[in-house]
Design a protein around this ligand. Structure first.
Ligand code: NAP
Length: 284
């Protein structure tokens, strides 16, 4: 129960009503018996300055940041870690006695999700679809680990630009337009396919960024979309004997990293996963 000493964390964004983070974190606090509460804060773009002032004034221990504030929050922070700075977006803030520190946990969350499924990207050839915010977080994390990274994006110039930013990251990186031709060619010798586009996300559940016939059974297919739990891309991957991984693991792991920063405790990831899956199954 909330008391005088309850520590407050939360998430700022707009829209915020559908965020799974409050349920996920509050279930974890309850499970560990921590006197914390996680609150959703709907914050309009024009109110971000006041929201950050409020977070400090109310002594929030930290907060997640979601659309549309992931980039614009940066100018309000006392420090931004090297990964978030490179990605150019912050999704987790820690209030260290009034100094707000910014992090981006999406890429590490995706890496942890792959590893939980027994997949080590080290030395593998990875094909990433999309060049938006999630793609930036994942590519900046994986580019120093895998052997080759190819980014395909509907707006080709964004993929080319992102590949350019990653050129000193360690692996061979290439970026180009997402077309049937580029997809077919790149998939032939790829080990891991990661979909970071919003294709296939509810309500567009009959969409897939990849024709079924381009998939092969030696492929790991990681779709970071988590609603629905099994996208058409993942269903096709499962049907041809490839390894499907959905977006729940990434969601839970990115949250678990923030949870540890705010509480100092290891997050009970199984509880968080259970709550996320139950919430998604209860939806349309
Ligand atoms: P974003 O910055 O808006 O980027 C969206 C990407 O999808 C862009 O590359 C865009 O291409 C592409 N795209 C959108 N519609 C498309 C279409 N019809 N055909 C081809 N490409 C299309 O969004 P984001 O923040 O990266 O999020 C992307 C997805 O990842 C969302 O579904 C989100 O829910 C999911 N996500 C999951 C997690 C997790 O924890 N599992 C975390 C973050 C995001 P253009 O550049 O050409 O527009």
């Amino acid at each position: 129960m909330v008391g005088g000493a309850t520590v407050i964390v939360g998430v700022i964004g707009n829209p915020i009503e559908h965020s799974l983070s409050p349920r996920m974190h509050n279930a974890a606090f309850e499970y560990l018996g921590l006197d914390y509460i996680y609150v959703p804060f709907k914050v309009l773009e024009r109110d971000l300055t006041n929201a950050v002032r409020g977070a400090r004034a109310f002594n929030l221990k930290g907060f997640n940041v979601t659309i549309p504030h992931k980039v614009s929050i940066i100018k309000f922070l006392g420090a931004v870690d090297f990964r978030a700075r490179k990605i150019g977006a912050v999704n987790t803030v820690v209030n260290d006695e009034g100094k707000l520190l910014g992090y981006n946990t999406d890429g590490l969350g995706a890496l942890a999700a792959l590893r939980e499924e027994g997949i080590d990207p080290e030395g593998r050839k990875i094909l990433i679809l999309g060049a938006g915010g999630a793609s930036r977080a994942i590519t900046f994390t994986l580019a120093s680990i895998c052997s080759k990274l190819t980014i395909l994006n509907r707006t080709g110039i964004k993929a080319v630009q992102l590949a350019k930013e990653l050129k000193n990251a360690g692996s061979k990186v290439d970026g180009k337009g997402l077309t049937l031709e580029s997809l077919e060619k790149e998939l032939i010798d790829s080990d891991i396919l990661i979909n970071t586009t919003s294709m296939g996300m509810y309500p567009n559940v009959e969409e897939s960024p990849v024709p079924k016939e381009f998939l092969h059974k030696d492929l790991v297919v990681f779709d970071i979309v988590y609603n629905p739990l099994e996208t058409l891309l993942l269903r096709n991957a499962r049907n041809i004997g490839a390894k499907p991984i959905n977006g729940v693991g990434m969601l839970v792991n990115q949250g678990a990293i923030g949870f540890k920063m705010w509480t100092g405790c290891e997050a009970p990831k199984n509880i968080m996963r259970k709550v996320v899956i139950e919430s998604l199954l209860g939806r349309d």
